[in-house]
Write a protein that binds this ligand. Sequence first.
Ligand code: XMP
Length: 512
Amino acid sequence: PVLVVDFGAQYAQLIARRVREAKVYSEIVPHSMPVAEMLAKDPAAIILSGGPSSVYEPGAPQVDAKLFDAGVPVFGICYGFQAMAQALGGTVSHTGQREFGGTVLAARPEAGVLLRELPTEIPVWMSHGDCVTEAPAGFAVTAGSPGAPVAAFEDLAGRRAGVQFHPEVAHTAHGQDMLARFLYDIAGIEPTWTMGNIIDDQVAAIREKVGDKEVICALSGGVDSAVAAALVHKAVGDQLTCVFVDHGLLRAGEAEQVEQDYVAATGIKLKVVDAADRFLTALDGVTDPEDKRKIIGREFIRVFEAAAREVAAAGDVEFLVQGTLYPDVVESGGGTGTANIKSHHNVGGLPDDLKFSLVEPLRTLFKDEVRQLGLSLGLPEAMVWRHPFPGPGLAIRIIGAVSADRLAVLRAADLIAREELTAAGLDRDVWQFPVVLLADVRSVGVQGDGRTYGHPIVLRPVSSEDAMTADWSRLPYDVIARISTRITNEVPEVNRVTLDVTSKPPGTIEWE
Ligand code: XMP
């Protein structure tokens, strides 16, 4: 792999994704990992990412010089660039001239390989206080900027290069070209990380791990479990049984999508458990959001456990498939102890006498790669491009107690919002579009000839990169207007439609 050494800024994941876009497999490692351990992974190259703004900052992570003696190609970015300059005998200065944001690079493409065939003026994204004023011996300087006399350098013989700016961000023009030049032409790596190879590798790995044992998987209706199961099915066919617990809290058409379209596309063996009544009973009268989540999590495990026992009784089941993604792996390895703001529910916590080993075929993949994989495996587009949807489903989008009637109202309103968003061609412009029913709130309206006393619906379209932060989506007013008109016309219980214009933070994406 290409190792991306994470110095604690938010850029490491982005760099790793860009490297993969160049069809080269990459992994993120913490800067605290000893060099020997990095080298044990037999890296094709090492990329030092951005980090704190200054190598002089107290406690700033140092780069172990042994890294440069190993003969592995190295690319330094931003902080990694400065750390590299310092470790190799260049000069990093505290000029007091900071550059944050866009600036223009004065490039000398002909002086090296990294910027080959690029223009002599390149808009780039900078974020630094210190700068490199002198490159280490043996390095050619190929660019400068107003705040960074040395903004790019390379040592072809040593297969090393670095840049002060961030080639991984969209604000830097030709950033992807620069990464490609480093990977292909300086480090000499072949672009072989393609969907076809990912599938072949994973299928082989799953077969090797599972052997002739049976495998079980819980489908949620979401992209991750659907793709994970499809991949496992491709590897071991009918040794896989999927269990779909229909908790009755999905949106219109979603259960059918799993039970019909998905099965038709994959030929997967599916056991459907219709547990809608059980969940409704358990949720009866419950209004507290955390209580709802805990009840749903608990019931889910009980129902899944019973189904798993039945499947297990029929065969030799040793493995459980989970759709864990790479960011989860990186983030839980980071161990930053983020506060538990809402208890997220996933399959986990199975009882001890049901011991399964995990099969997690998406552990090395980012979400966009999982989607590509899903398409390559022939999954329905609607499923592959489905927006994130919370495990507890519509129960946490009904503010107040959950009931069958309220679910029906919310489903109808939600379907209208989704239809209009799709009709406007805006599905990929929003991260997610929760529709919320304020079931305990009523307001006066006039519909048809009479006074009504109905419930408000809240539209909550958001834009986000990773759901950690979000902003409300500026959907065109005419789309919002069509949704509002249709909901108030077609859903008699609703007489008011409102738009949530809160970012996250302070608001979370979901209302509960
Ligand atoms: P919040 O509301 O915390 O949501 O801003 C962040 C993202 O997580 C989703 N979400 C969940 N997903 N189980 C899930 O699988 C859950 O319990 C859960 N709660 C929230 C939410 O839809 C958003 O994408």
